[in-house]
Design a binder for this molecule. Structure first.
Ligand SMILES: O=C[C@H](O)[C@H](O)[C@H](O)COP(=O)(O)O
Length: 238
């Protein structure tokens, strides 16, 4: 099963990598599926002389891309991003997503928002009838005041859990912040929830990615399907 999911991720990554053309500025997502994408793009650089600039969404993605000789820029050093390719934890029938299991949500959302075209790459089990049944919504918060922020998130109906690393210490994001995972059962209205979470002082970003999927690439053990979503675009980015 794990082998099949890995193969599906690899097919999704490979299919999306073909969308990258020389001259583009490309947002490079984070996580295991995005890692496979970066590796495939590294192969294209080495084998075909593909020339593009990557905008990494995490320290780990930047390290991998550098090893593969992919030139990088920070998001503030590019005028815009032509194409953003990233993974997701869950995608619903309206192409709304939960992201951030790896803790990279803030930078991922920033880069997705400045991209002209956003591509999501997933294995099939990530496509769910409804968001939040299996995955909590990660919320990136200030270290200062995080206990009070957590209380406020509970008043919004969240079952909260401060994310910790393998050593038991609080997990710290690339941006130096904390993550509070927020379980909702059910997650009834993602748009209203997003507005509620963002209204809490000290919340920097949430893992709800709404209107940020223009193309969904679903990998399978034997190939991949690209779906042009025509999803409503998120007004916060346009
Ligand atoms: O912070 C992590 C990102 O949002 C990832 O893109 C997401 O968690 C999916 O990761 P993976 O491809 O490893 O399942």
């Amino acid at each position: 099963m794990a082998f099949e999911a890995d193969l599906a991720k690899a097919h999704a990554a490979r299919s999306a990598a073909e969308l990258v053309q020389s001259g583009m500025i490309v947002g490079l997502g984070s996580g295991s599926t995005a890692g496979l994408l970066v590796k495939r793009l590294g192969e294209r650089v080495a084998e075909e002389g593909l020339e593009f600039v990557g905008v990494p969404t995490s320290v780990s993605t930047a390290e991998l891309a550098r090893e593969l000789n992919i030139p990088l820029r920070d998001v503030d050093d590019v005028p815009a991003v032509d194409l953003n390719i990233d993974g997701a934890d869950e995608v619903d029938p309206e192409y709304r997503m939960i992201k951030g299991r790896g803790g990279a949500l803030l930078r991922e959302k920033l880069v997705a928002c400045v991209a002209s075209r956003r591509v999501t790459i997933v294995s099939p089990e990530k496509v769910v009838p409804r968001l939040g049944i299996d995955s909590p919504v990660p919320v990136e918060v200030s270290r200062l005041g995080y206990r009070h922020i957590e209380q406020r998130l509970r008043t919004l109906g969240a079952r909260t859990s401060l994310r910790r690393g393998p050593d038991g210490a609080p997990f710290v994001t690339d941006g130096g912040n904390l993550i509070i995972d927020c379980g909702f059962s059910p997650l009834a209205d993602p748009d209203t929830l997003e507005a509620g979470l963002k209204s809490v002082v000290g919340v920097f970003e949430t893992g709800l990615f709404l209107g940020l999927c223009d193309v969904l690439v679903v990998g399978r053990p034997d190939g991949a399907e690209q779906i042009v979503t025509q999803a409503r675009r998120w007004t916060g980015c346009t």
